[in-house]
Design a protein around this ligand. Structure first.
Ligand SMILES: Cc1cc2nc3c(=O)[nH]c(=O)nc-3n(C[C@H](O)[C@H](O)[C@H](O)COP(=O)(O)OP(=O)(O)OC[C@H]3O[C@@H](n4cnc5c(N)ncnc54)[C@H](O)[C@@H]3O)c2cc1C
Length: 474
């Protein structure tokens, strides 16, 4: 483009204070906070609805199906225990999927409402950079003082396994199945594979998880990961650890997978009705034409940023899954808020040491801070406090006694360094531990707080007492 043409385009371009590319939890939250702080804000989204991966094909639809399938499983297996007879249980999968759609729509429309309320302009279409401060959407030019890249992530592909989203699916296809598969093979023993594997297992599928490493959820505290695998095995999951899939061939109604030991050895064939490829997610900046702006990415395609979310190009920032760090909606949201505040001259900040992670299976698994393995590697002396849900009155009343709370505290100072929970409602229980970590609490601080009885949260207090070997109820 000639200099004259560039200047002309800039003059013709619609101008905002802040333009955010992508309306996932990173982008839409950043947009709202920036608008609250007085900026004139636009958010570009190419999808037909707002909310990104999280609201459309991620967190929300997966949790809707997890809840429905848990209810189905409860009705079939636990109601009798409670003295409730309901006769034959039948699955109406079409209704279950329709309900999921309603939940998603309520959330995406909610974001649309929030955009209107905060006077945020939704620019519909795919954005691409045409220069350092300019983007183009559907042939129209836009400029802004600040441009935020929040384009998220997509599934990591696997050589030899071609996704058609019908027989060989990613999480997106696995959320849309219209029939319970006879045999679902999940490639990858991570969070997404195990959550969606749980959905279809509860609805009646045989589920086999093939994982390259010798354990599932490898970044999790080792003891919890082991207990989690045992629990899933009891539920009927089959695990093929230390194995890799090297080829997948669709043969009519089934898929033939070639599976080999990760360390080498004889291959075998595993037949599946549906294959879920869930080996991870990778940063996505496709079609953005980052080169036109001169924005640098790292070896994994993530946009490079400094501690204030600044890319190498002045005025361009990035947040969420498209940058380094845990690929979690709440991490993206917190970065969105912090960035908006920094742009407004405030002190936006994210504490990456206190970001909780949760697996919404049954039992739930939740963690914050460091694992035992990390503390050992860092040569930090620590104490452990553990408390099982079998000794918690509320868990007994619920009939949900599986799992335990495990707290890790620094040996010398008693400061809480990590919390790991497997058990009922672990995802809510972890919030207290996140607060404790944020405030630099000691295990004793948590132990001295009055916890209501009978609640599951008493297990957290007891684990904190157990750090000094003085739990009451065990
Ligand atoms: C099945 C599944 C379940 C998950 N469950 C959880 C969970 O329970 N909890 C949790 O914390 N996280 C969960 N996640 C992860 C979570 O969804 C992501 O961490 C989160 O969505 C990242 O937010 P983001 O704003 O960075 O990007 P995204 O949510 O990916 O949003 C990016 C948006 O940018 C848009 N976009 C991309 N390029 C352009 C362009 N050029 N122009 C215009 N628009 C563009 C995309 O269409 C998309 O809407 C899950 C993910 C999946 C797949």
């Amino acid at each position: 483009m000639t200099r004259g043409l560039i200047a002309w385009r800039r003059n013709m371009a619609e101008t905002f204070d802040v333009i955010i590319i992508g309306s996932g939890p990173g982008g839409y939250v950043c947009a709202i906070r920036a608008a609250q702080l007085g900026f004139k804000v636009a958010c570009v989204e190419k999808r037909a609805t707002l909310g990104g991966t999280c609201l459309n094909i991620g967190c929300i639809p997966s949790k809707a199906l997890l809840q429905s399938s848990e209810n189905f499983h409860e009705a079939a297996h636990s109601f009798k225990d409670h003295g409730i007879e309901i006769g034959e249980i039948k699955l109406d999968l079409a209704r279950m999927q329709a309900r999921k759609g309603e939940v998603v729509a309520a959330n995406t429309k909610g974001v649309e409402f929030l955009f209107k309320k905060n006077k945020i302009t939704w620019i519909k279409g795919a954005a691409k950079f045409t220069g350092p401060r300019e983007i183009e959407v559907e042939g129209k030019a836009y400029t802004a003082q600040h441009i935020v890249i929040a384009t998220g992530s997509d599934s990591v592909p696997l050589k030899g396994v071609d996704v058609d989203e019908k027989r060989i699916v990613t999480s997106t296809g696995a959320l849309e199945l219209d029939k319970v598969p006879g045999h679902l093979v999940v490639i990858g023993g991570g969070v997404i594979g195990l959550e969606l594997g749980s959905v279809w297992r509860r609805l009646g599928a045989e589920v086999t998880v093939i994982e390259f490493l010798d354990k599932i959820t490898p970044t999790m505290d080792g003891e919890i990961s082991k207990a989690f695998q045992q629990s899933l095995t009891k539920q009927g999951f089959k695990f093929k650890l230390g194995h890799k899939v090297s080829a997948a061939k669709i043969e009519g109604e089934t898929v033939a997978l070639t599976v080999e030991p990760a360390k080498g050895g004889e291959a075998e064939t595993v037949t599946a009705d549906i294959v879920l490829l869930a080996i991870g997610r990778r940063a996505y900046a496709g079609g953005l034409n980052l080169a036109a702006a001169g924005v640098e990415t790292d070896e994994r395609g993530r946009v490079k940023i400094d501690e204030h979310f600044r890319t190498n190009v002045p005025g361009i920032y990035a947040i969420g899954d498209v940058v380094a760090g845990p690929m979690l909606a709440h991490k993206a949201e917190d970065e969105g808020v912090a960035l908006a505040e920094i742009l407004a001259g405030k002190a936006g900040h994210v504490n990456y040491g206190a970001i909780p992670s949760i697996i919404y299976t049954w039992p739930e698994v939740a963690a914050v801070g460091q694992t035992e393995e990390e503390l050992k590697a860092a040569k930090v002396a620590y104490k452990i406090g553990k408390f099982p849900f079998t000794a918690n009155g509320r868990a007994r009343a619920m009939g949900a006694t599986e799992g335990f709370v495990k707290l890790l505290a620094e040996k010398e100072t008693d400061r809480l360094l990590g919390a790991h929970i497997i058990g009922p409602d672990a995802g809510s229980l972890i919030a207290e531990c996140v607060t404790a970590l944020e405030f630099g609490a000691s295990a004793e601080d948590v132990a001295l707080i009055c916890h209501a009885h009978p609640t599951l949260s008493e297990a957290v207090k007891e684990a904190a007492l157990a750090v000094e070997g003085r739990a009451i109820h065990i």
